[in-house]
Design a protein around this ligand. Structure first.
Ligand code: ADP
Ligand code: MG
Length: 386
């Protein structure tokens, strides 16, 4: 399900007059479990989608950065690498330009590039089309300029590009997933020290499927709400005298909640983060011991926690989860930042059609826009394809 590298290379040649030096691909991701834990130094467990951003790239040595996307109408954008200013660009070009800015700021001699890209990662669906864009450009420049950076280091620089240059306060999960995932696996990532472990997650081999249901809605207050949740988590850690909520052991949750007294909202946020970290660890144990079906109820618990404690679900996401479970799914939960975006549904292979139909019918009956349902096969992370 990736753009063919050939068509991207051909278009590059039409735009820039010569063949690209290479073509790279980087995937979007789905987070299996571990939501809103990444800015609390906690655990996450994403896997890569077959959908990728593909970039054809050539080096330049004259300080010029030319950018073009097959998915955005308009001419080639021409920038100058030593005149890149954080938060000066509100267009899509801020993502690749931010990567160049972050690399140069870290002392890497990136002297310009011609870039043409195309992506099959749905944008704004909570599947990290932005990280795919950043990581594919970072990997291309890493290879072309011989920077020798590892996947996790590229992820860090891409996060910095998005935080500082684009101006979006995102955690480290999306970029690490896009850079480091392996096919047939989910990535268990400790966002504190960035240590990672590949966890076998080959559903097809066990007769199951994982569906992604893109609700196609993004409620407009989502960014402000994200900031509030983040600030509330920081407040909780400060009140508890911890660096981050990651430091509250699950066994000491009740005592911690007690200490938060009548800070009702902070208590809810803390309870979500602490129980969610524990859920990630449970899912890791279950997958590593081959009890894959048993992760279903853990996903459902995670959804309830996001809905009731963290309060970032929405009617569309709740409808996917409730309908899928009623139609026989093993588990389901919202995934990503919340207030729209996508949900994931774990189903027996034999139930895929029935569950899909039930969700589509429920959306029609509720008067919601029809959702996009597709199967997510745990796929490879960023790589050179040509
Ligand atoms: P998500 O990462 O969840 O898809 P974001 O809001 O973080 O959502 O990123 C979406 C943005 O990324 C788009 O608004 C656009 O600026 C950029 N983007 C994604 N895909 C492409 C693409 N194929 N071409 C150009 N820009 C893209
Ligand atoms: Mg994004």
């Amino acid at each position: 399900m990736s753009e063919t590298s050939g068509s991207v290379a051909e278009r590059f040649e039409q735009l820039y007059g010569s063949a690209p030096e290479g073509v790279w691909a980087a995937p979007g991701r789905v987070n299996l479990i571990g939501e809103h834990t990444d800015y609390n130094d906690g655990f996450v467990m994403p896997f890569a989608l077959p959908h990728t951003a593909v970039a054809a790239v050539s080096r330049r040595d004259d300080g010029v950065l030319r950018l073009h996307s097959a998915d955005v109408p308009g001419p080639v954008a021409e920038l100058t690498v030593d005149a890149l200013v954080p938060q000066s660009d509100k267009r899509w070009t801020a993502y690749p330009a931010g990567v160049v800015w972050a690399l140069r700021e870290a002392g890497h001699a990136v002297t310009g590039a011609d870039v043409h890209l195309a992506s099959t990662v749905p944008a704004g669906a909570g599947l990290s089309s932005s990280a795919a864009l950043e990581v594919v450009v970072a990997l291309a420049l890493n290879d072309l300029f011989g920077l020798g950076l590892r996947g996790w280091q590229l992820a860090r620089l891409c996060q910095r590009a998005e935080n500082v240059y684009v101006g979006a306060p995102v955690g480290i999960m999306d970029q690490t997933a896009s850079a480091c995932c392996e096919s047939g696996h989910a990535l268990f990532l400790d966002t504190r020290d960035l240590s990672q472990r590949q966890i076998p997650f080959d559903l097809a081999a066990e007769g199951m499927r994982l569906l992604v249901v893109d609700t196609r809605v993004k409620h407009s207050h989502s960014e402000g709400e994200y900031g509030k949740r983040r600030a509330g988590c920081e407040k909780g850690a400060a009140l508890l005298g911890m660096d981050a909520l990651r430091d509250v052991p699950a066994g000491e949750l009740d005592a911690a909640l007690e200490r938060l007294g009548d800070e009702e909202e902070v208590r809810r946020l803390v309870r979500h983060v602490v129980t969610e970290d524990a859920r990630v660890e449970r899912v890791v144990r279950l997958l590593e011991s081959g009890e894959t079906r048993a992760i279903g109820p853990v996903l459902v618990e995670g959804h309830a926690s996001l809905r009731d404690d963290f309060r970032i679900s929405c009617p569309e996401l709740d409808l996917v989860v409730d309908t899928a479970l009623a139609a026989g799914a093993l588990g389901a939960r919202m995934t990503g930042g919340g207030f729209g975006g996508s949900a994931i549904v774990l189903v027996e292979e034999a139930d895929v059609a029935a569950v899909t139909k039930a969700v589509e019918e429920a959306f029609a009956a509720a008067g919601f826009a029809s959702p996009r349902v597709f199967e997510a096969v745990p796929s490879a992370g960023a790589r050179r394809v040509r």
